[in-house]
Design a protein around this ligand. Structure first.
Ligand SMILES: Cc1cc2nc3c(=O)[nH]c(=O)nc-3n(C[C@H](O)[C@H](O)[C@H](O)COP(=O)(O)OP(=O)(O)OC[C@H]3O[C@@H](n4cnc5c(N)ncnc54)[C@H](O)[C@@H]3O)c2cc1C
Length: 404
């Protein structure tokens, strides 16, 4: 039986990031990942273009997971509009005292950085491909069984195994689930006119549409609609896809061309109000999964990771119940409000009732014309939610604290 401080089930974006953060603080970590690293089908490291906000960039950088080439697509402006209604909002990072709100990172590229760190860190033991099949707890340890027959013993088990978390199910943690009846289709395109460093979010009667900057004059598209409409759009010839996209955008990008490979994701909301059991905690989508409408999912997971790293700092026993409970209480408000905010946004802009449409339009108009509201939205877009974890603080703040 192998002995370590922390076992993490799931080596996707959240699990791998947490593993490296803890190993960098001297913890011995075992990571169990079900999908072989070289597999094309690795579910976490795919073609998704992730908007990673400024606070999250700080977290990744502080853990050593942000080589310069990953931040080559910054977002300095966010444009939000609504098809057929009034209300248009443009947020400029410069108006809020920053160079950018965050950056677009391709999940596959971050995945390469994470995979390499998992394979090469001397304090990380990687079990891949393998799966957690069971565990039991005694006073001081948690004992984990893997499908291969391997047994691991640790002080803490972290479930970072995604929406259908085996750890969450085996621990019988209550999870509220809502199926939106929608899917997101993603692909990228070439745009002759693709203004630099700008992210677009457009609310259409069919669902939200996001366009995100990518390298080489390309744009990443996130297109959300009912399952059956996405089923059809996945099969459309390229010309039909591009024409429909252009008509929904309502803005001239000077000709759209060369759409890349399409992928789809069914959308659910999941909320685990108390993601803890004895010597066990959930992070990432295993704990909370949100609609991608405001690009919050992984950002929320990274704030949880930052909070957990703070809570375990300096502890010999990372499974200490009081430390885990303290972590869960500190993170509750941010988790609750992020899930609620994203859900409200996802529902209100697609609600066919005219009243909801009016409210949505007024919401945008109010944000545009009322600086305090725009400032709140910009602050949310940058991800500095209280309590800001140590890893998310701006480097200048860090050095001021260390000096004090
Ligand atoms: C279309 C779309 C766009 C998005 N855009 C953004 C964005 O712009 N910004 C943002 O912050 N977020 C975004 N998200 C959300 C983001 O992708 C997720 O929050 C993130 O992928 C969650 O990572 P995770 O590691 O928690 O879970 P997953 O990515 O689901 O990873 C779970 C891992 O666990 C492994 N696993 C599963 N079961 C087991 C088991 N029993 N044993 C061992 N391993 C197991 C899986 O193989 C996988 O590697 C988007 C999501 C979608 C669908």
């Amino acid at each position: 039986m192998s002995d370590c401080d922390v076992v993490i089930s799931g080596g996707g974006l959240a699990g791998a990031t947490l593993a490296v953060a803890l190993a960098e603080r001297g913890k011995r970590v075992a990571v169990i990942e079900a999908t072989a690293r070289e597999a094309e089908s690795q579910p976490s490291y795919d073609d998704r273009t992730l908007v990673i906000n400024a606070a999250s960039l700080n977290i990744l950088r502080a853990i050593g997971l942000l080589p310069a080439e990953l931040t080559r697509m910054p977002i300095a402006r966010i444009e939000i509009s609504r098809a057929g209604g009034f209300g248009h909002l443009c947020l400029e990072a410069a108006n809020h005292g920053r160079e950018h709100f965050g950056a677009v990172i391709v999940a596959r590229e971050l995945g390469q950085v994470l995979s390499s760190a998992l394979e090469n860190h001397p304090l990380i033991e990687l079990h891949c491909p393998d799966r957690l099949t069971g565990f039991h707890t005694d006073t001081n340890s948690i004992h984990v069984e893997l499908a291969s027959g391997t047994r691991l013993q640790a002080r803490l088990l972290v479930g970072a195994d995604g929406n259908a978390s085996t750890v969450r199910q085996l621990a019988a943690l209550a999870c509220q689930r809502h199926d939106y009846g929608e899917s997101a289709m993603i692909f990228n395109i070439q745009a002759r006119f693709a203004p630099q460093a700008t992210a677009w979010e457009r609310f259409t009667p069919q669902g939200p549409l996001a366009l995100l900057p990518q390298s080489g004059g390309r744009l990443g598209v996130v297109w959300i609609d009912r399952h059956d409409a996405i089923d059809q759009a996945m099969q459309w010839p390229d010309r039909q896809l591009l024409d429909t996209l252009a008509s929904r955008l309502g803005q001239d990008f000077g000709g759209l061309a060369r759409p890349g490979r399409r992928a789809r994701y069914p959308l659910v909301r999941q909320r685990t109000p108390w993601p803890l059991a004895r010597r066990l905690v959930l992070v990432g989508n295993a704990a909370n999964a949100v609609h991608p409408v405001s690009a919050q999912g992984f950002n929320l997971g990274l704030r949880d990771i930052g909070g957990l790293v703070d809570a375990l700092e300096g502890l010999d026993d990372p499974g200490q119940p009081s430390a885990l409970a303290h972590y869960a209480r500190l993170r509750q408000a941010d988790q609750e409000s992020t899930v609620r905010y994203t859900d409200t946004l996802a529902r209100s802009f697609t609600n066919p009732s005219r009243l909801a449409g009016l409210a949505a339009g007024l919401g945008l108009a109010a944000h545009a014309g009322w600086p305090a509201l725009s400032a709140r939205l910009a602050q949310a877009a940058m991800g500095f939610r209280e309590p800001v974890c140590s890893l998310a603080r701006d480097p200048a703040q860090h050095s001021r604290q260390v000096a004090a």
